[in-house]
Design a protein around this ligand. Sequence first.
Ligand SMILES: *[C@@H]1O[C@H](CO)[C@@H](O)[C@H](O)[C@H]1NC(C)=O
Ligand SMILES: *[C@@H]1O[C@H](CO)[C@@H](O)[C@H](O)[C@H]1NC(C)=O
Ligand SMILES: *[C@@H]1O[C@H](CO)[C@@H](O)[C@H](O)[C@H]1NC(C)=O
Length: 605
Amino acid sequence: MQLLVHLSSIASFLFLFCLGISHFLPPVIKTWVPFVPLHASASWQAVAAEKRRRDMAKIPAEWRLPQKVIDEAGRRRSVADEFIDSLLDPDSRFLTGLEVPALMEMTTNGSLTAVRLTTAFCKRAAYAHQLNRNLLEIGFDNAIEQAKSLDIFWEVHRRPTGPLHGLPITMKDQFHVEGMGTTMGYVGWIGTFEGNKSSERKHRHESELVRKLRSLGAIVIAKTTLVQSLWFGETNNNILGYHWNPRNQQLSSGGSSGGEGAMQALRGSALGFGSDIGGSVSMPAAFNGVFSIKPSAGRLPTLDMPNSSPGQINIPTVTGLLGPSIASLRYAMEALLSTEPWLTDPGVLPIPWRKSLEVDTSEKKLSFAFMDFDGVVRPHPPIARALNMVKDALRATGHEVIPWDGPSHAQALAIHTAITSADGNYDVFEQLKLSGEPLIPQLIPDFPGLKPGPVKNAIEVEEAVLQLKKYRVNYQNYWLSTANCTMTGRPIDAVILPVVPSAAVIPGKLYHYDYIAAANVVDYTTLVIPVTRADQSIDIPDPNYVPVGEVDKKNWEAYDAGIYHGAPAAVQVLGGRLEEEKLLAIGQVVTEALNKHHISSGVRP
Ligand SMILES: *[C@@H]1O[C@H](CO)[C@@H](O)[C@H](O)[C@H]1NC(C)=O
Ligand SMILES: *[C@@H]1O[C@H](CO)[C@@H](O)[C@H](O)[C@H]1NC(C)=O
Ligand SMILES: *[C@@H]1O[C@H](CO)[C@@H](O)[C@H](O)[C@H]1NC(C)=O
């Protein structure tokens, strides 16, 4: 879910650099950093090592990659796309290349068995893990058993169990799945239920979202890595170590759902689920070049899902989807809402899928506002180019583009930090105590925010919440006032803006969360759309650029065209609150406009 807004201060990052943490900056291209013990506490290290060994042993011998392939992978910039494709047999390659609607057409009409599909994705996920170390729990055996049951059901009843019949999915290791453990990135949670060794719920408890997915016929094949504490925009934990981006192994996979972003880029599952309080679904989607939706709070279940500061609901954590296309996200959202999740999770609003909101764009001209620059940190050349590509494609398709000059996103981030750090991060430190593991270097205690305390009192929290409410009103009023400027006389349909100011990020150089965290502060729906790849021959920085401030300067100096080369460059499409149906339709318009005008560099499958 969460990003580490607490860490946005300049001082904190400088401190990290002063330490010169060596495994933080990869000297050469490599797939993953072997776990380097940070403190000499044998017990937690042994527990983590044993878990890694046990998980690796769950990969069948026939799916083990030869050492020479692993070595070659370590020398490459990208292990995604044609590299992982080249390792697979033709049938697995074909099936894992398809999007959710096409797959579900075949499993629900009986022309594709759940076993064949699940086996293909498990094999690919096994390869993905060996190349990219992104799984914290592997359940291939169980998944194939479940697929067998689904096939028997189809044989007996001549109909599918549900619209997701046999869909192989992965979940961030924050959701509970029956038959699997949940670490949430904590060594102290290994082999327990949320840290409790004696709980009878260990490996038996299931999050509500998982129960719904299962009832629709989906199969969880594995769980993906995430950042310890959930509070950072890059993924690292003391179990698997730092997690690299499979599309550019010198960059971060993003956080906190980094493993899920990477798994989708590697196509190790047909669809993935993460959680988001300040960009934790959107950043990994953008960094790895896949699509995502972060709905507004109350649209999808969060019941029975552990969290950091789980009682904090002024800025709620939401569950989000990551996948290979807008159509895949749409298909799964509609299926999930068909289960009427509000009947079992009181946190879900009773809003079924509304077809009426899916704008008919063949008749309607849309208005988009662009926030190319928030006035604080200017996006690097690949992101600026991605925004321009989208702008050109939309104009060429006949849609309207106007500038966005709404309320300050820096103010949104300040409110976010005040609210989400109000409890002094007490529970993160409770979880660390379970095993004695240290904080990951990115969260070292001298960072403001991930030190225990200070704790705000109820009056201070209420003051922050009043600011939040005021900010939301201002944002909404500005949105409505765009009717001044559109040719249609209606307010704009969506805002298009960066996710972060870089195309993925060089470890330790993510300085600015304001573009994305505002979506959580106003609780609007947001999509991520991959647009292009950073290209060192085109994305040349303006040598005469004068940064507007300290953070802008640091971010600008962090741009290295050679290192960023090949990194996915995405945009964020921000829609109104609880407008998931409309925004997904708009996302389809944006993608089709990009495809039609041949200005996409083929990031999408
Ligand atoms: C099932 O759907 C697939 C994909 O559309 C199609 O090719 C196939 O002919 C269908 N099979 C049956 C039995 O309807
Ligand atoms: C751990 O689980 C046991 C068994 O359900 C329960 O009795 C105990 O209260 C739990 N401990 C904590 C700290 O929640
Ligand atoms: C629209 O006009 C109102 C009143 O003049 C103004 O406050 C608002 O900022 C304008 N909105 C935009 C997007 O220009």
